[in-house]
Design a protein around this ligand. Structure first.
Ligand code: HEC
Length: 239
């Protein structure tokens, strides 16, 4: 039995290491932090909306959910000329993007649900310089990705360090070759805010649900307390 278990475990360990998966970093997001969500929405419009729509969300909804004035949303978040009733649509033409990137950038409304926030966080931090690629970049988490590193000015440029495993070059680590406009910790905040926003976009009702949760718990406590008092009252004469 023991040997069997050992064999199973070692097989499992082998498949894990053989798949060569990049370990995911943890995204420290907080859906109750409206300031982070607002910054995330601003970054999204500045750096992502050029290519990716998030068509399930309207600017009006953002104003309501982040408790912002509609004018503030139009001024700070929405692109110039957008109406508060517009969805977050990208102006990118599908035909052009196919020529430029060899693929169409997907709508990101549900990306946090399909990929998860840790994946998104790691992805945005895993671009590195690769001169063999058309856009000069590659990504350790998404090999041969068609997306350029749109945040490189903020982050700076990362290069990859390899070890040779037989014929194969395996990436060991990434390091910052040229610093960007932001320090690494400031850059982490930008990425965290973006992922926080994408998590919100994936399920806007989650915000409301989490707020509701507190009231529901409070309600249950009160009802429980009243029930307890009633019970005491009813049983008083019997004891
Ligand atoms: C210049 C256009 C462009 C911009 C700007 C851009 N992307 Fe992309 N993105 C792409 C393309 C093209 C792909 C598809 C890559 C592929 O399939 O090889 C992609 C893919 C992705 C994916 C992976 C989707 C999947 O298949 O799981 C994510 C996540 C993503 N982008 C997030 C972002 C975020 C967040 C921003 C803003 C910080 C951003 N992108 C800005 C072009 C862009």
């Amino acid at each position: 039995m023991k040997t069997l278990l050992t064999v199973i475990f070692s097989l499992f360990a082998f498949t894990c290491s053989a798949s060569g998966k990049t370990e995911l970093m943890h995204a420290n997001i907080d859906l109750s932090d409206n300031t982070s969500l607002k910054r995330g929405a601003e970054h999204y419009v500045t750096y992502c909306l050029g290519c990716h729509s998030a068509k399930h969300i309207r600017y009006l909804r953002i104003a309501e959910d982040f408790e912002l004035n509609q004018d503030v949303v139009l001024k700070d978040i929405a692109p110039v000329g957008a109406s508060i009733y517009d969805s977050m649509l990208s102006a990118m033409d599908k035909h052009d993007s196919n020529i430029w990137f060899g693929t169409v950038p997907p709508d990101l409304s549900l990306i946090a649900r399909s990929r998860g926030s840790d994946w998104l966080y790691t992805y945005l931090k895993s671009f590195y310089r690769d001169d063999t690629k058309t856009h000069g970049t590659n990504n350790t988490l998404f090999k041969d990705v068609g997306m350029p590193n749109v945040l490189w000015k903020l982050q700076g440029q990362q290069i990859a360090h390899y070890t040779l495993e037989g014929e194969n070059k395996v990436i060991n680590s990434l390091s910052l070759e040229r610093p960007g406009e932001l320090s690494p910790s400031e850059f982490d905040v930008v990425v965290t805010d973006l992922v926080n926003f994408l998590e919100y976009v994936g399920e806007p009702a989650k915000l409301k649900r989490q707020q509701m949760g507190k009231y529901v718990l409070f309600f249950i406590l009160i009802i429980g307390f009243i029930g307890y008092l009633l019970k005491k009252e009813y049983w008083k004469d019997i004891h």
